[in-house]
Each structure stands twice: as C-alpha cells, then as structure tokens.
Design a protein around this ligand. Structure first.
Ligand code: ADP
Length: 310
C-alpha cells in the first residue's frame, strides 16, 4: 500500500464558456468539479496503475466532504484530519482558448490539527503495510515551512521511503532530513539556486549539491524534454517520445505516481524512471489532470529510453 499526503487539497471547478465578460453576469452550463491538489492527483494515477492507496492531509467543511466522497468513489482510502474551516476551491474559467484561474489560499491550520496529522501518519504506518509515502504540494498557512520535516522523520523511523515533490522554499527545509526522492521541475530547481541553468553540464553540477544531503534519487523533470536523474552515484537521461499533447497540467504528479509505484515494488532505478516518465507523458496526452489512459501504457513505455550519462 502507498500513502499520499495533500496538506492543502482543493475542489477544482472548471467552467467551460463560449465567452467570459469581466464586470458582467456570466452563465455557465458546462462545468466539472473534481477533487484536486497535487497529492490527490498522485493518488488518482496510482489507482489507475492498480496500487492500493491511502490518502491523508487536512479536509474540512462541505468541500472536504465532497473530496472524501470523490476519493471513495475511486476506491482511494481517505484518512484525513478533519478541520473546522472549509477546504478551498480552485476555479478555472476556460473561454476562447484562454484560461483564467482563481486559487483560494485555503484554511489556516491550527497547531492541534498539525499534531493530529503527525499522529494520523504514525497510525497509517503502524500496520507496516505502507512502504512508501508521497507528499506533494505547498504547505498551508499556520504551519511552518519545515512541517514536512516532521512527517519525513516519522516515516524514516519506520523505514518507510519518503518521496517529496514541493517548491523551492519547502524543499530547502525538507532536504535537511533526507527524503528518499525529490522531484523538482527545472524551474523549481532554478528558483532553488536563484540561477538560470543553461546546459546539461550545469544542470548536473547543480544536482550534485543534493548529494551531501544523502538523498537517494534526485529527479529533475523538464516537461517535453523528459527528465535528468541522479540516482546513487549515476546520472541518467530519460529521453521521451514526441506525443500529441492535450494538457501537461499534473504531469509532474503523474511522474511521481509512476515512480512511487515502482519504488513500492523495489524496482531498479531505471524501471522507476521509465514507469514514472511513461505516466508523465500519458498525463500530458490526456485532457484531464491526474488521468492516464492505461491502454496506451505499453506503447509509450516502449518509447521511453533511459541512458546512463558519463
Ligand atoms: P511539472 O508538472 O512538475 O512541471 P513536468 O512538466 O516537467 O512536471 O512533467 C513531468 C514529466 O511529464 C516530464 O518529465 C515528462 O516525462 C512528462 N511530460 C511533461 N510535459 C510533457 C509534454 N509536453 N510531452 C510529453 N511528455 C511530457
């Protein structure tokens, strides 16, 4: 079983409209509401891959209940800490080829709730069934930037591997307690070091920095260019095929899901990277975020090439 953590989930509402006029009433009959947040996207892809998933984090209010029901309908086990304030909405208006987004900040997390989540994670790991935890996304207000560190420490005490996908600010903190895998995308890596990376050589040099923090796998995703990884002492380039892209939103989450699935199976570094990138590509080929078409899996998997770099 795999556990995912989403600290600031959302009800994602997407309005599809022929026209969208500012300062006027806009009526919409074509819309969808889905459970969102990076960790939840990871959970959805893991489910498509056939993994058993337990999802945790914070949920509150009727929006929280909506997410819980959505997860149950997908056979993902929700095990969230219930908070008083309502889980946020994230709204996207898609009209005339443009996308306008309104992202609520989300609820403030109280100190008692932050402690409850630590206990919840301890309980989840108590049974010994979970071998990997994947935590994705930003940290909500009320919690310190180093909140993930507490969760990583809990997992490490139980010999559970911790996979971390978060932006530069939180990554700076969490590397101090050595998660098993980190997955910045190239922009996040540039923000981390406040530099512009111009060549593969420079990229490799920057990635070396993380080795002193004893992180097993450093995977930098580069959108349609695939990924570069530093696993153990070796660098790998993951070359991916050109595909017809519908929406790359959530491809990083799909990449994490594929890797986590293989880490759970004790697969080789090559296999972890190959399945991960296959899932990232499949997500980009799909309109829906956190959704992959398993019928295409073998074909895409066959076209992902892993090369060990000198
Ligand atoms: P993030 O969503 O975190 O920014 P990326 O955009 O780098 O992550 O995507 C993660 C992975 O998904 C990439 O390494 C690649 O394997 C795949 N991917 C992303 N965008 C595309 C694309 N346009 N075409 C094919 N594959 C893609």
């Amino acid at each position: 079983m795999i556990a995912t953590i989403t600290l600031n989930p959302s009800v994602d509402i997407c309005y599809y409209m022929d026209s969208f006029v500012i300062n006027d009433v806009n009526r919409c009959s074509n819309y969808i509401k889905t459970a969102g947040g990076k960790g939840i996207n990871v959970s959805k892809v893991l489910k498509s891959l056939g993994s058993e998933v337990i999802a945790t984090g914070f949920l509150g209010g009727s929006t929280g209940s909506f997410i819980e029901e959505e997860l149950l309908s997908m056979s993902i086990n929700p095990s969230f800490v219930k908070i008083n304030d309502a889980t946020r909405n994230c709204i996207a208006v898609i009209s005339e080829g443009k996308q306008t987004e309104i992202l609520e900040t989300g609820p403030q997390i109280l100190s008692k709730d932050s402690k409850s989540l630590m206990r919840a994670l301890e309980n989840i790991l108590e049974s010994g069934k979970v071998k990997v935890v994947a935590a994705s996304g930003s940290i909500p207000e009320g919690l310190g930037k180093d909140y993930y560190n507490e969760l990583i420490k809990i997992a490490k005490k139980k010999n559970v591997k911790f996979v971390m996908d978060t932006s530069a600010d939180y990554l700076k903190e969490s590397i101090k307690v050595s998660p098993f895998l980190i997955k910045p995308n190239i922009n996040e890596l540039e923000n981390f070091f406040d530099i512009k990376i111009k060549s593969e050589q420079e990229l490799k040099k920057t990635m070396q920095y993380f080795k002193e923090y004893d992180i097993d796998m450093i995977v930098v995703s580069i959108g349609s260019e695939g990924s570069i990884a530093l696993c153990g002492d070796n660098f790998y380039r993951i070359n991916i095929p050109r595909v017809s892209v519908k929406s790359p939103v959530g491809s990083g989450d799909a990449l994490v899901a594929g890797m986590v699935r293989e880490i759970d199976k004790d697969s080789s570094y090559e296999e972890i990277l190959r399945v991960g990138n296959t899932c990232g590509i499949l997500n980009a080929m799909n309109e829906k975020t956190g959704s992959i078409d398993m019928r295409m899996f073998d074909e895409i998997y066959g076209k992902v090439k892993i090369e060990m770099l000198k």
